[in-house]
Design a binder for this molecule. Sequence first.
Ligand SMILES: Nc1ncnc2c1ncn2[C@@H]1O[C@H](COP(=O)(O)OP(=O)(O)O)[C@@H](O)[C@H]1O
Ligand SMILES: C[C@@](O)(CCOP(=O)(O)OP(=O)(O)O)CC(=O)O
Length: 194
Amino acid sequence: MATVEPKLILLFSGKRKSGKDYVTDLIHKRLGPDVCCIVRLSGPLKQQYAQDHGLDFDELLGAGEYKEKYRADMIQWGEKQREKDPGFFCRVAIKEAQQPIWIVSDTRRLSDLQWFWREYPSQSRCVRVEASEETRRERGWEFTTGIDDAESECGLDQGVDFDWIIKNEGDGSQLEEQLATGLLSIAKEKVKED
Ligand SMILES: Nc1ncnc2c1ncn2[C@@H]1O[C@H](COP(=O)(O)OP(=O)(O)O)[C@@H](O)[C@H]1O
Ligand SMILES: C[C@@](O)(CCOP(=O)(O)OP(=O)(O)O)CC(=O)O
């Protein structure tokens, strides 16, 4: 488990190319590295998968075709690990987290949320990043059977009462206003609390 108790955990989810990484990177920049850290559940998954399959971990972390080439197999490999231990990737991903605010950029399954709700019930908040399919296509997404109709992409489409929904259309001009009047102000208040 992490060595410090966080004040706020933002559990992000969203479809491929909705802008999860873009939005969480922006929040990280606005709050600063002393206040918040980005936690990627796919980080330990990709690292172990890369080791087990002799692949390039950094390339799997990227946003290019290399990751997409192995995505389907990584999903299946990851789900086999989760069947044995649903919280495995959550525990490993937060191990180095020291800051008061954790931004979990890539929750995908109810088991991900349930783990944080159980371990950190008062600190966990759910955030959904949304973009139209048109915008996502402009960012390089195309529907892929077996991925975009599977749990990895659809696991949080129902059954979650999101605390914030961030509309991330086009160049995101409304993004700054959404963040400033919502998430960022709450986060800054949380950090001030004793
Ligand atoms: N508001 C935005 N303005 C400009 N580019 C964006 C915006 N949101 C996302 N992008 C770009 O779209 C692509 C997909 O975003 P990303 O955050 O990687 O999506 P996800 O992590 O949800 O798959 C990236 O190239 C990113 O830079
Ligand atoms: C096997 C995965 O962990 C791969 C996730 O890779 P990314 O988190 O890089 O995906 P996007 O940013 O949405 O494109 C998905 C899973 O089902 O665990």
